[in-house]
Design a protein around this ligand. Structure first.
Ligand code: NAD
Length: 474
């Protein structure tokens, strides 16, 4: 693999920053030996993006669509190597990687290309004080997209697609954990028919992220990552009134209604909890079950979870692989042990020998020690879920909503209409009915409360990369 892992001012370049050394959580062999980008390269990229801004703004809508569709074709044709690399970096099971990591990005790029064909960059309204108004949506300017490691290509596309659609240059700042896969992706980006500096990608750590967030040349910052880092980004961006979208952590509830059959769960229920080994922002990690059927539901959930195939994620039959690192596995195991020590009950079997070698966390169901225990309040980002009883649908809604996070949610029932009536009462960005899906490319996605600020996807996603001017017409 080449170590020219970044794209800077139209060229593939080698990083001039530190060299990271990390073992794959899967193979235990070294990953990501390519050097990271340096502070000086961050500085150069900001200058190149600034130079590219007028030319990006002048691209026709047809040219913007063509770039999005070209990238979709590249990913569609050559995404397998990328998916395999992401499996090695994150533990994402191969059986999920091509669709979750790559297919989703292809779908998103095509959806934004479609949205562009009738997006309202200019809109006329009847004036409420007489006359008419005309609203012009201008490109916001140079954009910065900071992305985490868990779904790196898809999340990079969540940022670059609306930026290109709106006519903005964008610099991506992926995380060091995904240095190899984002190096492969940079090679695809380098072939796009865009002005130099139109799309750039510099992989680096939090220090590079902080430098770029503080750089006044970035008018727009779209950040996806943890709530703790997002808070720092939000505070720094507010100092200079940069426009921000913050897509942050979650601890989402799945409400199981009493008409479900615990001996035959809906097919996607386990994926709603454990897709990508639970390393999904919208994973359903709090399971709420009817008190009257608690024993049957707990037994049924435990049986489902114990039946999952844990193993090498490169093997096609594996449903649960390791998490991203030994440190993450240790943190998650310690959180479970702490709750068990505080009175919580582990309802699934503890780890078996072979699973403990790499960064495996045994998929677990836990009846927590208390409703406000850390295991219920904190995002674990691994294959561990809690189960709590509710007495009534009102109480289920209260329990789902009474939480600092509000990213996602789901309601599961034999009667989808009944589920939908309950779903509208959830104070969260997205609610799925009987599905693992946490978003749709054509509709807004984002969080309430500590899960973030702003929305991506759909027309709202394009508008997040624009500034408006309203003309008051006679
Ligand atoms: P993280 O916050 O540690 O890092 C995310 C990115 O931010 C990385 O590129 C990192 O280098 C950079 N960064 C960290 N601190 C920074 C700072 N102060 N200034 C600028 N950049 C900084 O998160 P992670 O561990 O990579 O990813 C997991 C988290 O991401 C989870 O909390 C998950 O829920 C969240 N996430 C959210 C969504 C969403 O759409 N809401 C999607 C995926 C992941």
């Amino acid at each position: 693999m080449t170590d020219a892992g970044h794209i800077l001012d139209g060229a593939l370049v080698r990083g001039s920053g530190e060299t990271v050394s990390r073992l794959s959580p899967v193979s235990r062999e070294p990953l990501a030996q390519a050097p990271l980008a340096s502070a000086a390269q961050g500085e150069e990229a900001a200058a190149a993006a600034t130079r590219a801004a007028p030319r990006m703004a002048n691209l026709t809508l047809g040219e913007r669509r063509a770039v999005l569709l070209d990238l979709a074709i590249l990913l569609d044709n050559d995404g397998t190597e990328l998916a395999t690399q992401i499996t090695l970096e994150t533990g994402c099971p191969a059986a999920q990687a091509l669709s979750l990591q790559i297919g989703s990005a292809v779908g998103l790029l095509r959806a934004y290309a479609d949205l562009l064909s009738d997006h309202a960059f200019v809109e006329e309204r009847e004036g409420r004080r007489g006359g008419r108004t005309r609203i012009i949506r201008h490109p916001v300017g140079v954009a910065l997209g900071i992305v985490p490691w868990n779904v790196p290509v898809f999340l990079a596309c969540m940022k670059l697609a609306p930026a290109i659609a709106a006519g903005c240059p964008i610099l991506l700042k992926p995380s060091p954990e995904s240095a190899d896969s984002m190096g492969l992706f940079a090679r695809m980006l380098a072939t796009l028919d865009l002005p130099a500096g139109g799309v750039q990608s510099l992989t680096g750590g939090a220090a590079l992220g902080r430098q770029l967030v503080d750089d006044g040349r970035f008018a727009k910052i779209s950040f996806t990552g943890s709530t703790a880092a997002g808070r720092q980004v939000g505070i720094a961006a507010a100092q200079r009134f940069a426009r921000t979208t913050l897509e942050l952590g979650g601890k989402s509830a799945a409400i199981l209604l009493d008409d479900l059959d615990p001996s035959g769960w809906p097919a996607e229920l386990w994926l709603a909890m454990f897709q990508n080994n639970g390393q999904v922002c919208g994973a359903k990690s709090r399971i709420l079950v009817p008190h009257a059927r608690m024993a049957a539901f707990e037994d049924g959930l435990a049986a489902m979870i114990e039946g999952l195939t844990v193993g090498d994620p490169r093997s096609g039959g594996t449903q649960i692989g390791p998490v991203v690192s030994l440190a993450a596995a240790k943190r998650i195991d310690e959180a479970v042990s702490a709750d068990v020590a505080a009175g919580g009950t582990r309802l699934t079997q503890a780890a078996s020998r072979s699973e403990q070698t790499c960064a495996f966390v045994t998929p677990s169901l836990l009846r927590p020690s208390r409703g406000d225990a850390p295991i219920v309040l904190d995002e674990l980002f691994g294959p561990v879920v809690t189960v709590q009883p509710y007495e009534s649908e009102d109480e289920a809604v209260r329990m789902a909503n009474d939480h600092r996070y509000g990213l996602s949610g789901s309601v599961w029932s034999a009667d989808p209409e009944r589920a939908a009536r309950l779903a509208v009462r959830l104070k969260t960005g997205t609610v799925g009915i009987n599905t693992k899906k946490i978003l749709d490319f054509g509709s807004p996605f984002g969080g309430w409360r500590d899960s973030g600020v702003g929305r991506e996807l759909g027309p709202e996603g394009i508008n997040a990369y624009t500034e408006t001017t309203t003309l008051i017409l006679p």
